[in-house]
Design a binder for this molecule. Structure first.
Ligand code: AMP
Length: 482
């Protein structure tokens, strides 16, 4: 999980990129960076560990002066937390100019392609997918004499997995996406009001459309799966590339990861979340409305799911838990003790809110069960009479190989315990998940366009030897180890 941004031919491009990245900071807080083309045509970059406001400050924005720029925010994963893995990557070509590249998504065949390139003498500076994509394009361009667009097209066929990518080369900017469209990727324009494709100048790119409001840009459309866009000064936007393959948009982006004010995959994220809540409420015959009922999200990720649920039930929507916004993600902390501590730092109950209440506590997902176990206890000791946990996604039973950071199958609580055991472990009065079958109604006529592999093991590119939907052993293969 990462975020990318690109700006083509606009004054103060690095500042605009920094603003987009700030708006999509939720996609990555470990490190960030930007690269810009200066007046002399040189591509220069800066990256560092930390948040956008710290790393891409005014001094850096002034230093990276130029009218075209790209940037990246990186998601923290346990281990390999090093500035060499921060992006953009600058790649020097034998012919002289430098190429800069930033990408979001994970590749399944990274190892295989890296080994191949290393045998050809290519030297890597990081173990990052974006660098691999850049070096592969550079090789086809320099060694085989392909144009950059043909090199990208060749690479798009070879890479298996997710990539939403921006690439600067000479005075051009390229934006391209994997043929399945796993990760979101949108295009906007700073000045264009009318219909149709605008001129290249003033075109902007972001992982999510919430990045456009902050710079006053208008959302034009998504970069299409398989598409390669070439932007060149004085030229109309050129769209080449491949016919899309079967779409595999990540459904978890809609459920949890993306910001609710973004729109992609043909959906408004907040509306999908509200529909999920309404769908769960409709199936929840055991919960009856009453003065003592309150529907409450785990803020902020579940706000819209809870809102949809409460509205469908005609019940009170209550923000009984407050979230400290200065606490980072607890999810990726390396040890269980630090994850537990993080949850306590992050949430606090309102005083005198819970006594006597029946609470429907809504969260977007259960992965290891860390947060909810703590939260249920917190709500119970704050006085709640009943706590009914509702989860806005199906059980997470498989890792993601396309860019969402998920623990191994063994760590996922749904693989280690039965429903009743999980409910008891959380200390809840009842527990229900969304079901995979519910996606049919939630994404009418488009269910097949979404990747739901973490919920049903239906991986389009399972790594070799990995148990999939068709050959998975039973969920009870892993012994409870808590
Ligand atoms: P857990 O406490 O391990 O059950 O994690 C579940 C919580 O972490 C959910 O409430 C989500 O908001 C959040 N979450 C789920 N998946 C991820 C992820 N891949 N990265 C970061 N946070 C996540």
């Amino acid at each position: 999980m990462c975020g990318i941004a690109g700006v083509f031919e606009a004054e103060g491009a690095t500042g605009l990129v920094a603003s987009i990245l700030f708006a999509i900071q939720h996609r990555g807080q470990e490190s960030c960076g930007a690269a810009a083309r200066d007046a002399g045509g040189r591509i220069v970059g800066h990256k560092g560990m930390g948040l956008v406001k710290q790393v891409l400050d005014e001094e850096v924005q002034n230093r990276l002066a130029g009218t075209t720029a790209i940037g990246h925010v990186r998601y923290p994963t346990a281990g390999c937390s090093d500035v060499v893995n921060a992006q953009p990557h600058l790649i020097e070509l034998a012919e002289g100019p430098v190429m800069a590249i930033s990408s979001n998504g994970d590749l399944i065949n990274y190892g295989e392609i890296r080994t191949r390139l290393e045998r050809e003498g290519v030297v890597f500076k990081s173990d990052n997918d974006a660098e691999l994509i850049g070096r592969l394009i550079a090789m086809y361009h320099v060694r085989d004499g392909l144009t950059i667009e043909s090199a990208i097209a060749q690479v798009q066929v070879e890479l298996k997995g997710a990539f939403s990518t921006v690439l600067m080369y000479r005075d051009r900017l390229y934006a391209f996406r994997d043929p399945h469209g796993f990760r979101p990727f949108v295009m906007g324009h700073l000045n264009h009001e009318g219909e149709g494709e605008p001129p290249s100048e003033g075109t902007v790119f972001s992982s999510e459309s919430c990045g456009f409001g902050i710079i006053g840009a208008r959302l034009l459309r998504e970069v299409r799966p398989g598409e390669i866009l070439r932007l060149e000064r004085g030229q109309p936007l050129l769209s080449v590339g491949h016919a899309p393959l079967e779409p595999r948009h990540c459904v978890f982006e809609l459920i949890y990861f993306s910001r609710p004010d973004s729109s992609h995959f043909g959906e408004n994220v907040y509306q999908t979340r509200q529909r999920i809540g309404a769908c769960m409420a409709a199936k929840d015959e055991t919960i009856h409305n009453g003065d003592d009922l309150v529907v409450m999200p785990v803020p902020d990720s579940s706000n819209f799911i809870a809102h949809g649920y409460a509205k469908a039930k005609g019940a009170e929507f209550g923000m009984g838990l407050l979230r400290n916004h200065y606490v980072g993600r607890t999810f990726i902390k390396p040890t269980q003790a630090s994850r537990d501590e993080g949850v306590k730092q992050k949430f606090n109950p309102l005083p005198d809110f819970f006594p006597g209440k029946r609470v429907v506590l809504i969260d977007d997902s259960i992965v290891r069960g860390t947060s909810l176990r703590k939260l249920v206890r917190m709500v119970r000791s704050a006085g709640a009479r009943e706590i009914h946990v509702r989860i806005g996604s199906p059980k997470v039973i498989g890792p993601c190989f396309y860019g969402i950071d998920t623990p191994t199958r063994e760590e996922l609580i749904a693989n280690r315990m039965s429903e009743a055991e999980i409910c008891a472990y959380l200390g809840a009065d009842s527990l229900r998940w969304l079901e995979v079958a519910d996606f049919e109604g939630l994404l009418p006529g488009r269910r097949q366009d979404f990747c739901t592999a973490c919920f049903d093991l239906d991986y389009i590119y399972p790594p070799e030897g990995f148990a999939t939907k068709t050959n998975a052993p039973s969920l009870r293969e892993f012994q409870p180890a808590l």
